[in-house]
Design a protein around this ligand. Structure first.
Ligand SMILES: Nc1ncnc2c1ncn2[C@@H]1O[C@H](COP(=O)(O)OP(=O)(O)O)[C@@H](O)[C@H]1O
Ligand SMILES: [Mg+2]
Length: 374
């Protein structure tokens, strides 16, 4: 217990997170069943934990069950318990998770993995707190708050007949959706700093700082593994670079983003997201080179006030601080498009990306492919 200032485990100042905290505050004191959806690593368990911590059950058990990790054959016995002798190997009575969570909260993670026949029993517990142990003949009662989570599209599972519609509607009455990290970029630096502080606090590892371009890259990366990936990345990054100021190259290496080796031949093995990251990596390198060159030249007073050069790719100082990735990409591609008369082959070679990717980008930015058909 502290003096009333509640320290949230859910960090972030972005609008979605601030709203999320508000929703948690509203639902936590009730016993209503909550469904949390969001990509893997986006913080579903953190949210479930917060709901429990802010509920009147906070000093009672919080039991997490990963439905996807329990073999189908034993899941009912794990959830509801079994009576001695009910099946081969049931040598003792066994308490299930629901019983263990009694008077507290049960968090059923990866609810989409629950086998269909178990879903029926689960629905019954949600509706009236009743269930039967495996091999048992009497109805048991529990008082638990149920929170479920999934990264699956349950509607799709319903289409495939692997998730019950009635259960879905029952669960969905309160649906908390956690946006992926890439949609709340404003939180990335804050989370990074927090993970650095936590990690260096727990270990005798020194953090000597990080360059602005490196942190900018981290902020703009798309983090397919969300906060979990950012956390693991941060820990590895500072462990492997404990003796120095962390630079962009260290970040790229840690994320396995090839620096100057964007070979068209290898790009086929990547999905669209990877391609985007690769291209982003290349553009970022280019931007960095430009900034480096400008920096080197900055002692020449004229350079600072110079107008846009007649030729060459140039993004003004003002702009480079505020430009989005897409705008930057568009600028760059338009420049090359004009320079090489829309010749896809030459531009792709120049940028070391596949013709296919470039072609798609051109379409995206309304640059006509002209006579250079692929
Ligand atoms: N908003 C957040 N603030 C602080 N840590 C977070 C946040 N979101 C996620 N994490 C951390 O990221 C990791 C993954 O979160 P978790 O809740 O397990 O994700 P999910 O259940 O959606 O896969 C955990 O270590 C968790 O503590
Ligand atoms: Mg999880």
């Amino acid at each position: 217990m502290n003096n009333g200032t509640y320290q949230s485990g859910l960090l972030g100042n972005s609008i979605p997170i601030v709203e999320l905290r508000e929703i948690i505050k509203q639902v936590a004191p009730t016993d209503v069943t909550v469904l949390i959806t969001g990509e893997s690593g986006s913080g579903k368990e953190v949210v479930a934990n917060e709901i429990h911590k802010q509920s009147k059950r906070s000093d009672k058990p919080f039991i997490t069950v990963n439905c996807g990790a329990i073999p189908e054959g034993i899941i009912e016995s794990e959830l509801f318990g079994h009576v001695k002798g009910s099946f081969t190997g049931a040598t003792e009575n066994r308490k299930g998770y629901f019983e263990a969570a009694n008077s507290g909260t049960i968090f059923l993670d990866e609810i989409g993995e629950l086998p269909l026949q178990t879903q029926v029993k689960f629905l019954r517990v949600i509706e009236n707190g009743e269930y039967m142990k495996v091999g048992g003949n009497k109805t048991e009662r529990v008082d638990v708050r149920i929170i479920a989570a999934t990264n699956k599209n349950l509607e799709q599972l319903i289409q495939n007949n692997s998730f019950r519609e009635d259960l879905y509607y029952r669960l969905r009455s309160i649906n908390i959706v956690i946006p992926p990290l890439r949609e709340r970029k404003g939180d990335i630096k804050l989370l990074f700093d927090k993970f650095v502080a936590e990690f260096t606090g727990r270990n005798t590892i020194q953090f000597n700082g990080i360059t602005p371009d490196a942190i900018e890259f981290i902020t703009n990366y798309n983090w397919p593994g969300n906060v979990r990936q950012l956390k693991n990345f941060t820990e590895s990054l500072i462990t492997l670079n404990a003796d120095k100021i962390i630079e962009l190259d260290d970040v790229m290496r840690q994320l396995s983003i090839p620096k100057n080796e964007l070979m068209p031949a290898t790009i086929n093995g990547y999905n669209k997201q990877d391609e985007r990251q690769l291209l982003f990596g290349a553009l970022f390198e280019l931007k960095k080179d430009i900034m480096d060159i400008k920096h080197q030249l900055s002692h020449i007073e004229e350079v600072r006030s110079a107008a846009v050069p007649e030729s060459g790719f140039y993004v003004s100082d003002d702009k480079i601080d505020n430009i989005t990735f897409d705008e930057f990409e568009q600028e760059l591609l338009t420049y090359y498009y004009n320079k090489y008369n829309g010749n896809i082959n030459r531009i792709a070679e120049k940028l070391k990306i596949s013709n296919r990717t470039l072609y798609r980008k051109f379409k995206q930015y309304g640059l006509k492919n002209g006579k250079y058909n692929l």
